[in-house]
Design a protein around this ligand. Structure first.
Ligand code: APR
Length: 247
């Protein structure tokens, strides 16, 4: 085990309140392309302005739904990997393990994590663009665009689009978890999207030990106390194995 991994293991062993702050990179080895950096892919088939803004939805709801239905189909085909599974398993070992994720793929929940804040919403929920009612939505195709059962308004993916506010309850809970954390793993995020990235900078001021896991340095590396270069599934496989070894 290399020095940095040993350091991470030491921090893990003395922690009680652990947070995984995750981005698209944690799902990359499950087969879901990231947006930026190595392994990037999704946005290259679609221009952001055409699919991930309220204006795009107003202008062309069919194109926006097709984009998210395509992402649902892919997310349905893939499985959580060892990194997702580690945090789910650690909920049973440590006093508190929480996930604050920018991802919408649902893989943390599928892996078995229960303490999850989805900062950018979920692929598996839709919301009425008129009355705001949200429903679970597992449909992979829509021949006709979906409408709200209550008010007839056009349904939209329950995703936080560029220029939209995050859910205040989600923000408050995520910030509370990160302020109380002893140890925060920042995993697979380029750290360029706000306000999510500011949550990590803020947690630093509250004294959390911050360990970043990424295949390359990012906009948040300067905040990290420890940088673990590598693929998240490999790093968390090693840590999971080591944490269950008798000391
Ligand atoms: N292990 C660890 N990190 C990885 C791996 C891997 N196997 N593969 C890729 N990465 C890293 C990349 O180096 C990059 O730093 O994952 C990061 C992915 O960055 P982005 O694609 O920018 O994803 P993310 O940071 O989650 O994007 C934030 O932007 O498009 C919006 O709303 C969307 O939630 C998303 C937000």
């Amino acid at each position: 085990m290399d020095t940095n991994l040993k350091h991470a293991l030491e921090e893990l062993k003395k922690s009680k309140h652990i947070i995984a702050f995750t981005g698209a990179g944690i799902s990359q080895e499950s087969g879901i392309p990231t947006f930026r950096g190595s392994g990037g892919g999704f946005w290259r088939n679609f221009r952001l302005e055409e699919v991930a803004t309220p204006q795009a939805f107003l202008k062309n709801p069919r194109l926006v739904w097709d984009f998210y239905l395509e992402r649902r189909k892919l997310a349905k085909e893939v499985q959580p990997n060892a990194a997702h599974k580690a945090f789910a398993a650690w909920e049973k070992i440590f006093p508190f393990v929480g996930v604050v994720t920018q991802n919408i793929d649902g893989l943390h929940e599928q892996a078995g994590s229960r303490n999850i804040q989805e900062l950018h919403g979920s692929l598996w929920r839709s919301k009425c663009s008129r009355c705001g009612k949200t429903v679970q939505d597992l449909n992979l195709t829509y021949s006709e665009l979906p409408h709200c059962r209550d008010c007839g308004g056009l349904m939209r993916p329950d995703i936080v689009w560029f220029g939209e506010e995050l859910n205040p309850n989600t923000i408050n809970q995520a910030l509370e978890w990160m302020r109380k954390a002893d140890l925060i793993f920042v995993i697979g995020t380029s750290g360029v999207v706000e306000p999510a990235a500011s949550f990590v900078r803020g947690a630093k001021r509250y004294g959390a030990f911050i360990a970043e896991v990424n295949v390359e340095e990012t906009a948040l590396t300067y905040v990290a106390d420890l940088f673990l270069r590598g693929k998240s599934s490999e790093i968390f496989s090693s840590l999971s194995e080591a944490i269950t070894q008798p000391t």
